[in-house]
Design a protein around this ligand. Sequence first.
Ligand code: ADP
Ligand code: X2W
Length: 255
Amino acid sequence: MIVYKIGGNVINNPATLHEALDYVAAQVEPAILVHGGGRRANQLITEMGRQPVMVDGRRVTDHATLEIVTMVYAGSINKDIVAQLQARGSNAIGLSGADGNAILARKRPVGAIDYGFAGDVLGVNAPLLDGLLRLGLRPVLCPITHDAHGQLLNTNADTIANEVAKAMAALEHDVSLQYCFELPGVLRDINDHDSVIRTLNPDSYAAYREEGVISAGMIPKLDNAFAAIAAGVREVVIGSLSALRAGEGTRIHGA
Ligand SMILES: Nc1ncnc2c1ncn2[C@@H]1O[C@H](COP(=O)(O)OP(=O)(O)O)[C@@H](O)[C@H]1O
Ligand SMILES: CC(=O)N[C@@H](CCC(=O)OP(=O)(O)O)C(=O)O
């Protein structure tokens, strides 16, 4: 099965979003779609006269920000994607982590940084997702989770994809985790689209990070990619839609 994650820049461009949804709708094997929407959230937060705050690719989520991201991720983006998949004959069902207790999380403990209402995943309800797949439904997960005490939390979408992939692998699924974003892969030089790093292992990742080649949103994406491979996900690939379609992009290898 495929766990397919689309990021905020792909979602914000109608052409790339439609292309990605064509690809997901055309899959014959079971598929779960995880979406982000960070770029749209940034636009709305800015329009409301606030400043988006990201640290190492993760959003510092105060109360007002949580309300905005819940409306954006669990509301407009999730429902729009579900409607677009329905229009392609794909019977999608949109879920936040609170729906069917799909994803349980806890508020990230305050350390050097207080991330506010950011959630770290405690568990994925893999039997629920498996049951939906068996009904022929295509789950569409947004990055809003809950803590089982009534608190919604904001969780990085790359983390959701990794946790879902790991949980489905633990149910004996053969899982391919595909991170679709706007660039052809992890790049050696962010300005040179021909500089795709074809494979990454933990040592080369640490070296590139040290050099500053890998930064911002790529850090949680890669941390999650390595965690997925270590936990039994068969393959993790990162790239643009066309790179992923062509079997290109950056492939993650374990230790
Ligand atoms: N070496 C790198 N190669 C590619 N992207 C990188 C690299 N280092 C940092 N990035 C940044 O990471 C971003 C992708 O992370 P993010 O915005 O969280 O992705 P998504 O669109 O999936 O949400 C890219 O847009 C790019 O700006
Ligand atoms: C805690 C945290 O960082 N949450 C993310 C969730 C959305 C996301 O990950 O979206 P992309 O995939 O488009 O980056 C955020 O609010 O930006």
